[in-house]
Design a protein around this ligand. Sequence first.
Ligand code: LMR
Length: 394
Amino acid sequence: MFDALTAQPPDKILALMAAFREDPRSDKIDLGVGVYRDASGNTPVMRAVKAAEQGLVEEQTTKAYTGLAGDPAYAEALSGLILGPDVPRVRLAHVATPGGTGAIRQGLELIRMANPGAAIWLSDPTWPNHPAIAKYLGFDVKTYRYFDPATGGVDAAGMLNDLMKVPRGDVVVLHGCCHNPTGANLTLGQWAEVAGLLQERGAVPFVDIAYQGFGDGLEADALGVRLLVDRLPEVMIAASCSKNFGIYRERTGLLMSLVGSMAELKVTQGAMASLNRLNFSFPPDHGARVVSTILTDDALRADWEAELDAVRTSMLGLREQLAGELRTRSNSDRFGFLAAHRGMFSLLGATPEQIETMRRDHGVYMVGDSRLNIAGLNAQTVPRLAEAIVAAGV
Ligand code: LMR
């Protein structure tokens, strides 16, 4: 049987992680996978997470199964964090999933169950696992323009033009905030234009929100998805707690589906729970319980928000520092977009040869499309990165 297998294409982010590990240089810089590192290069367990975990160890009396949809308290708390005080609960189906990737996968499976002929529209560029999963599930994958390399900003006109062609029933994947890989984000006005267009076309948005709190703050980062939920009959949302709670390996995600009418809620909820059963039965619970503990305890929540905000502002500081270093060294403003971008990532605009030069001569590892993880930097490595960028002729 196994002789029929063919080698699978490597995921470029995971391949880069492996290459970095193998590099013996002690001063190498990892700007690859989207993981936050503090000034000493560690990915810490957040204070509130530690405290919530300690509480669970003391107080949890059972590890028996939860429901197929996960712990309802988790869904209630996380949907509130994302959708704000006015969550339309009578139209919202939800299931806990193994991480944000699990939510994407389960969401795409739900689409395949409901409308197998739908095409999936992805931003160009997007997180490589979006097309990988959609193609694996047999979907027709299309792209819409998103990024303007000349300005380092969103190509709003191109995006709206392409979305005008989306047929009724197709699904458009949008990044809720902190676009991965570009770092360029829609303004609220642009979200409103996209919402209007999707409504006109009868297309369904599927929002991937994996970095809430890493851009302009917990509330500001959720305004786009809230606007869609407010204005459109159907919205799907894949949420991840990996980054903003720093619980990457706990695999803590949530898939939400806003349905058009209360009558559709029961069947949709049932379909989502059944997909969990078919794929892995019960979703992981530890991370979910940590999240709901933090979000429902005033002191833990305040501490978590403060620590998250410190992470966010440190990334903004690193962005400013990098843009400043590059301004001085290149004697131009052409890297100013780095300070305007939000979230962990920015697309630098380097060629594959320049990326290879930076890796070879300076031990700088960034993804092959020139995505760099700002959260992999610190005040000491920023000048070295700026030097590598300019020396490579970017
Ligand atoms: C990334 O884009 O680096 C993260 O979302 C981690 C991953 O799984 O790719």
